[in-house]
Design a protein around this ligand. Structure first.
Ligand code: GDP
Length: 489
């Protein structure tokens, strides 16, 4: 339409060095081309190979996505449960089942997208009860990434019910011998002797040994013939894909800088809707734009009974040790002493109030907290709008202090390309006990801007035993915040 015109000439900065296509209108999604204006110019350029893969994926989404003849055909075959004939021209799909908080969901979507690119599948999101359509713009031109409401006979009617016990899960299929090593020595479908019309991949949290075989080369070859895959993941699986033999070469070509994988994927995929972007940009210009150096502080508390004072002390000693803000004691009383500003993101208002007392009047940029929701809520759009806005506001800071273990913080650091100072946290699975000592050191610099993968498979399918993932390749290391987690560096 005539009104949907970009008000400026799109430069390679707006397009994030070619990551984004210029095919979209501007007004329908302002964040897409305005994002760059709120972030420092990137030192990480996407590789030409990554750009080629993205354009190829966009063409695939357009050719096979909802509304196309190919989609109708694939759906009909799924619903009639017709025997699958392996045919390279058929469109194949990956449906992402989202769950958990927004940070978990975004990391899972970015991982699912990369897996879709690697396996030439159309990515579709289970949009149904989720508010993804209200929070994000569509990333692919001329195609939707939302799974249309499933038909009455569709096995996708109750996607939320799929879990580790589902008989359609890869793990359970392997366990009951639906697939195995056939006479020719290769992994094949055995009973029946052709691929099923769909397979559910359970890749969340504490998933079992057989589900983890997803990360094996031979199992990936098995999945290749399955027209529809459903995937439930709750985090950043990309380091796991870098450990899956058939993907390594492609991934190394796409990401010569391994530590910028989420940085590019997140900036490519996620564009806050106009409503969210309005709240981000208006908050930014009213409160943050004046600060010379903006320090973002994300405080996520997993143990309800951990004393707030202890968490505050940890934060303040981190800030002091790393000299992130000017010392409050060296002020000579001549009013504001620095152009620093502070952005606090937390469910509680308490830390913000204490920081305001501590730095009262000394920071020209002030201390700000956009919201304090009290507690995490589910299926609440207004709540998610605030959460998403704060992730983007944190990503606009110059320096970040985050809480370990938190996927909310990972998204902010990844989008911003910021290597945060991470405050260690007892794991969300541990009880906080009275008298437990504060972590020492109070914070550590993350090894890279990449999110941490919390639930990797340690099993090496070739040698058939668990291995130390820290020693497999120089670009995969353990995370500073999650001892059993791994990340790209
Ligand atoms: P994680 O649990 O820290 O890994 O992060 P998630 O994003 O997956 O889940 C936490 C959820 O709690 C968020 O999505 C928000 O709904 C809410 N939440 C946690 N911290 C904050 C915060 O600082 N600000 C806001 N607005 N919401 C938060």
């Amino acid at each position: 339409g005539f009104e949907d015109k970009t008000p400026f000439n799109l430069t390679s900065d707006h397009l994030l060095d070619g990551l984004l296509t210029a095919e979209f209108g501007y007004r329908s999604c302002r964040s897409r081309y305005e994002f760059a204006g709120y972030h420092k110019k990137s030192s990480h350029k996407p590789s030409p190979y990554l750009l080629a893969k993205l354009r190829k994926q966009e063409a695939l989404q357009k050719r096979c996505g909802p509304g196309t003849a190919a989609y109708k055909k694939a759906l009909r075959r799924l619903e009639s449960n017709a025997a699958v004939v392996e045919d390279d021209d058929e469109c194949r799909y990956l449906v992402n089942i989202s769950f958990r908080g927004l940070g978990n969901r975004m990391l899972a979507v970015a991982s699912a997208f990369l897996y879709a690119v690697l396996t030439e599948r159309v990515l579709l999101l289970n949009g149904g009860k989720d508010d993804v359509a209200d929070l994000f713009c569509e990333p692919f031109p001329g195609a939707t990434w939302l799974l249309p409401r499933p038909g009455w006979f569709s096995p996708f009617r109750k996607l939320d019910d799929y879990d580790g016990d589902s008989k359609e899960s890869l793990g359970n299929m392997l366990q009951r011998g639906a697939a195995g090593v056939s006479a020719d020595g290769n992994m094949s479908w055995l009973s029946p002797p052709h691929p099923p019309s769909y397979v559910y991949l359970h890749l969340a949290g504490e998933y079992g040994f057989h589900d983890k075989l997803f990360y094996c080369g031979e199992h990936q070859r098995l999945l290749r013939g399955v027209p529809w895959l459903l995937m439930r993941a709750d985090g950043y699986m990309v380091p796991g894909l870098f450990l899956t033999p058939p993907f390594v070469g492609e991934l190394e070509a796409m990401f010569p800088e391994k530590d910028a994988a989420f940085y590019h994927l997140g900036r490519y995929l996620f564009h806050p809707s106009n409503a969210v972007w309005r709240s981000v940009t208006s908050y930014y210009s009213a409160n943050l734009a004046g600060a010379g150096r903006l320090v973002g502080i994300q405080i996520r508390v997993f143990q309800e009974n951990q004393p707030q004072q202890q968490i505050l002390d940890q934060l303040l000693s981190c800030v002091r040790n790393e000299k992130l803000l000017p010392e409050t004691t060296t002020n000579n009383g001549s009013g504001t002493s620095s152009s620093h500003g502070v952005l606090v993101a937390s469910l509680s208002p308490w830390y913000y109030e204490r920081l305001k007392d501590e730095y009262n009047g000394r920071l020209a940029g002030g201390v700000h907290q956009p919201s304090h929701e009290g507690r995490q809520r589910w299926r609440d759009e207004a709540h998610d709008v605030k959460a998403l806005s704060e992730m983007y506001l944190l990503s606009m800071c110059d320096v970040l202090v985050t809480s370990g273990f938190s996927t909310f913080g990972y998204v902010a650091q990844g989008l911003g390309g910021l290597q945060p100072w991470v405050m260690s946290r007892p794991s969300p699975f541990e009880e906080w006990t009275e008298g437990q000592a504060a972590p020492e050191p109070p914070c550590q610099r993350a090894l890279s801007v990449e999110p941490c993968f919390h639930s990797p498979s340690y099993y090496n399918c070739t040698v058939r035993r668990d291995v130390d993932l820290d020693k497999v390749t120089p670009y995969i290391r353990r995370c500073v915040d999650v001892s059993w987690g791994i990340k790209l560096v």
